[in-house]
Design a protein around this ligand. Structure first.
Ligand code: CAO
Length: 458
């Protein structure tokens, strides 16, 4: 038995151009998989399969004009696949060639235009390997109901870059900005081949990863020995990895840093007061343990800060767990182990875990799992010095808190200046997710929590 897939109701158009044929004879297609892309004056639309099966015939080629009811593809049922093939149904050579022009075969086609967010591929190793693996419990956007999905072509705006949804998805996967690609298709439409060509040029010309920044000028290879004596040292493994991760985050994320101060006079008095008790329990109670707790409370209050932007750039994945990475300075470079469930742990427990994990970091004893699953990060330079800095967000997280050295300052209380211990906070955030006004509220909230020990501990 075979199934004819027809052009569904596409509104007021009766002759719409086929700009892409996404399948070829012999391909196995799933229900809802896009088969062809149509383009009208106003939009491009993918026509999905209304059933699963093997493509026995492709009745259209690029450039054809089609209207509602026209048969575009004939599917053979999986069961009757061999029989249909034997009967020679729809195996015209020319069609196979046409299909090959626009398709990389069944494997590549599976996800094309599926319209669901693709979780960010976890990078290979630390510190970017702390990227949480796709959270199975995270709700994904609701699936359209079958009837709606199978009868309606999916429309997207053709402007501003002239490319089909499949080409857009392909470009997105490679990190290519389509506005920088010249289209060689009809009406300057960008084809898959144009994107491939752009990437090839970027790789050969710039020598940098296309996913990082196609077209970035290559770093000049300067012979510094012309100017004086030099030596060349190999970077440590950690530094090489973190350099790559930091560079990718820097390029990927539009950063803004919000500065604020928290009055930690009472908190510091409390910490000092508890220090001896903590030491008797073998715990070094530093300010960072309180900051971890405060970060948990803040993430719970501002759920967008506890999120990740999906790879399609159109969905936000909110996390319902509260894991915070802590930047630890080691002889071999920066590592960011993750402290889990900070919202629900006591400050003593957090202090204990922090000193245990930073010891392991300094002794090179961290495991891969220690570096994964973070939602947010803290980079504390308070033990060293400085008044403010602009930390780099650890993509795909959306925020990082930089903490500088607390100092006594005269603070006006409405009637007089009083000496208060002020802690400088620098919150860098992904401006695609967090707006400036929200960031100001976040640091204000954090300062408030740190300023009132009850809000932190209760
Ligand atoms: N203001 C004033 N004093 C501070 C402070 C602050 N913000 N933060 C810490 N201190 C104090 C501590 O209380 C401690 O004093 P006491 O010994 O009197 O208790 C002292 O400074 C040393 O603290 P510490 O740095 O050993 O401990 P910590 O928990 O604050 O930090 C860790 C631990 C692992 C974060 C830290 O050792 C570290 O590696 N910091 C560097 C992080 C880094 O490199 N970030 C940059 C990343 S981007 O390149």
């Amino acid at each position: 038995m075979s199934t004819e897939i027809r052009v569904p109701d596409i509104g007021d158009f009766d002759a719409v151009e086929v700009i892409e044929v996404l399948v070829a004879v012999g391909d196995e297609v799933k229900e809802e998989q896009p088969l062809i892309t149509l383009e009208s004056d106003k939009a491009t639309m993918e026509v999905p399969a209304t059933a699963a099966g093997r493509v026995a015939e492709v009745r259209v080629t690029e450039g054809d004009k089609v209207g509602e009811g026209d048969v575009i593809v004939v599917l053979a049922d999986r069961d009757s696949g061999t029989a249909d093939r034997d009967s020679g149904l729809g195996t015209r050579d020319s069609e196979e060639e046409d299909g090959d022009e626009t398709s990389d075969g069944p494997a590549d086609q599976e996800n094309v235009g599926a319209g669901e967010p693709t979780p960010e591929t976890p990078p290979p190793a630390s510190p970017e390997s702390r990227v949480p693996s796709p959270d199975k419990s995270t709700p994904t956007p609701a699936k359209r109901n079958d009837a709606e999905a199978s009868q309606t072509p999916r429309a997207t705006n053709a402007a501003p870059s002239h490319a089909s949804p499949a080409v857009r998805k392909f470009a997105r996967e490679l990190g290519v900005d389509l506005s920088r690609v010249d289209g060689t298709g009809p009406k300057n439409r960008i084809r898959k081949e144009d994107v491939q060509q752009f990437v090839k040029q970027a790789v050969s010309g710039a020598g940098s990863a296309p996913t990082a920044a196609p077209g970035l000028p290559a770093q000049p290879d300067v012979d510094f020995s012309k100017f004086g004596e030099t030596e060349t040292l190999e970077l440590s493994r950690i530094r090489k990895l973190s350099a790559k991760a930091l560079h990718a985050s820097w390029l990927r994320i539009p950063h803004v840093t919000q500065f604020d101060q928290a009055d930690i006079t009472d908190l510091e008095a409390f910490r000092k007061n508890q220090k001896t008790r903590a030491e008797s329990e073998g715990v070094k109670l530093t300010m960072l343990a309180f900051l971890l707790k405060a970060a948990g409370v803040t993430l719970a209050e501002f759920p967008d800060l506890n999120s990740a932007l999906a790879a399609d750039g159109e969905h936000l994945i909110r996390k319902h767990y509260y894991n915070v990475g802590v930047a630890v300075d080691t002889d071999n470079g920066l590592v960011v182990p993750v402290i889990r469930d900070v919202l629900n742990k006591g400050v003593f427990d957090l202090a204990h875990e922090l000193s245990e994990v930073s010891d392991r970091a300094r002794n090179g004893k961290l495991k891969g799992a220690d570096l994964q699953g973070g939602c947010f990060s803290i980079s504390s330079l308070g033990g060293i010095g400085g008044t403010a800095f602009t930390p780099i967000v650890n993509s795909p997280e959306v925020g990082i808190l930089g903490v500088s050295r607390a100092a006594m300052q005269p603070v006006w209380n409405g009637s007089e200046f009083v000496p208060r211990l002020m802690l400088p906070l620098s919150l860098s955030y992904d401006h695609r997710v967090i707006d400036g006004a929200v960031a100001a509220r976040i640091t204000g909230f954090l300062a408030d929590v740190l300023g009132d020990i009850r809000k932190l501990l209760l």
